[in-house]
Design a protein around this ligand. Sequence first.
Ligand SMILES: [Zn+2]
Length: 177
Amino acid sequence: MRSSRSDVANQIKQALTMQEVVEQYGFSPNRSGYIQCPFHAGDDHGSLKIYPDNRGWHCFGCNAGGSIIDFTMRLFDIGFQQAVIRLDMDFNLGLTQAKRTSKAEQSAILEARRQKTEQKAAFEQEYRKKAAEFRYWWEITKHFAPAPGADVLHPFYAEALWRLSILEYWLDENIGR
Ligand SMILES: [Zn+2]
């Protein structure tokens, strides 16, 4: 008799602790059971709490949380069934039949994910900086706007118009990236 998918998932949840799972994937919980959250950027102090046995995890920084299977799904960007197979293979539980993922493949996936998170954080920082510059030059245009009928533009006003056009183009191109 073959086990159904949810039976296997339950067996895996019974067989593994959250701590074993995070350690398998390269995290070291501190003495209070926290690790740096891989699901939001810049978590230097470790906001992700690991609960004992199979009681799962919760991040107090980004509010993500769930079971060991949820953690594995999110960490590797994979679906429920793939996460079940992955945990089964990585811990040699023998509950499913699939090829084991090598340590090298695992670390390549984790490294790619880390880079993606870093790039996203760097981009968001750049976007905020450009938006702040835009507001600055927008204020300048208000301060140095030519009086009605003036035939010479203040050099700050002319510069602000030029910079605003460039910034507006960049912000339009990158919004929602
Ligand atoms: Zn988080």
